[in-house]
Write a protein that binds this ligand. Structure first.
Ligand code: CP3
Length: 346
């Protein structure tokens, strides 16, 4: 492992609620399809080949570093690699998204899943080491994993879902089985994130992307308690943990109980109000509606400045989108947005 002091540590300081000269900026799905340079690589390999080949994963991780000048890199990978390592037969098809050929239907399916994933996920640790060598301390690298509920939803649905019908049926009719599965995923996630820390990531984000599908009570029972356990078991000295869910403006008070360093907030919320309701020492990340990035640049600038001004006196603010960049957002608009934020001064 190489440990260097980080030259641009705006992101780390903001994540630990320290003062910064301006807000740091990175964007979810920054390593992706809105860049022509991504397609130059993607046209030669499948998505999983890209994830599993450390040199290629590193190349893609660094695209937004070189082309956008963001303040933090996020490892090119996917939240579903843990489920694949456990035995899920995962494929990604253009226009369809992720698919598991062997969805979870009963206890036998759950018992068949392995929790011995470290060897199978070694390629992620290798990719982290390649990225860190190439970054050479310029900016921090964020690692990540899917949270148990969100990963369960893909395993049970066999892919993406609009209404999470099968997932909710499973939780409602078979809560004991759901807990058995969530517990296994949580165990794997702890192993996996600690492996990423050992390989040298500078921060971690836990994606509970679809937790908003759950009621308040079900969120606590099937999502929150596992996230609490994961965050508690990370060997996180000096490494900030970001907790993300779409719906964080609803669940923020609960998410704060898990003691992440940062809560990533969707665009429904007044970010300043959310920040002020959180315990001191928890920073916020967010929360521009990514659809703004389709608009005219004058509009993009106005909406970004509005958000930056609103957060002006708040320590602990990382600029991000409320969710990921869509693949057809014009690259120039994303670059423009990053430049607007980087020119801003508190
Ligand atoms: O943020 C980054 O740039 C880092 C890489 C990253 C990817 N996926 C690459 C990816 C990260 C952090 C993720 C996380 C992820 N993956 C989440 C959580 C974030 C969120 O959006 O809520 C989820 C739910 C997934 C599952 C997933 N992966 C879906 C639903 C899809 C298909 C739908 C879609 O957006 O295309 C993927 C595929 C995927 N993951 C792609 C990329 C670049 C597209 C692959 C391709 O080129 O076809």
């Amino acid at each position: 492992m190489i440990t260097t002091t980080i030259q641009n540590d705006l992101f780390i300081r903001a994540a630990f609620s320290q003062q910064t000269e301006r807000p740091p900026v990175w964007m979810m799905r920054q390593a992706g399809r809105f860049m022509k340079e991504y397609w130059d690589i993607k046209n030669k390999y499948s998505f999983l080949e890209m994830c599993k080949t450390p040199e290629i994963a590193a190349d893609v991780t660094l695209l937004p570093v070189d082309l956008l000048g963001i303040d933090a890199a996020i490892l090119f990978s996917d939240i579903l690699v843990t489920a694949e390592a456990m035995g899920g037969e995962l494929s990604f098809t253009q226009g369809v998204g992720p698919r598991f050929a062997n969805p979870i239907r009963n206890e036998k399916d759950i018992d068949a899943l392995s929790i011995a994933v470290e060897e199978k996920l070694r390629y992620v640790a290798d990719a982290i080491r390649v990225v860190q060598q190439r970054l050479n301390g310029a900016i921090p690298l964020i690692g990540f994993a899917g949270a148990p509920f969100t990963v369960l939803s893909y395993l049970v649905e066999g892919g993406s879902s609009k209404d999470f019908k099968l997932t909710k049926l499973f939780l409602n009719n078979h809560p004991a089985l759901a807990h058995k599965l969530l517990d296994k995923i949580a165990t794997v996630t702890i192993t996996y994130l600690n492996m990423q820390i050992a390989a040298g990531v500078n921060a971690l984000q836990l994606f509970d992307s679809w937790a908003l599908a759950l009621s308040w009570d079900d969120y606590q029972e099937f999502a929150h308690q596992y996230n609490v356990k994961i965050i508690a078991e990370l060997k996180r000295t000096g490494i900030p943990i970001i907790s993300f869910c779409k719906g964080s403006s609803v669940f923020a008070p609960l998410m704060a109980e898990a003691r992440p360093d940062v809560i990533s907030v969707d665009w429904n919320a007044d970010l300043r109000r959310i920040k002020q309701t959180l315990p001191k020492g928890i920073a916020v990340q967010g929360n521009l509606d990514p659809f703004v990035l389709y608009a005219d640049q004058a509009v993009i600038k106005k909406k970004i400045i509005q958000l930056l001004e609103r957060m002006r006196d708040e320590e602990g603010f990382i600029f991000n989108l409320g969710h990921g960049i869509m693949p057809d957002i014009p690259f120039d608009n994303v670059k423009f947005a990053v430049d607007v934020i980087k020119e801003f001064r508190y």
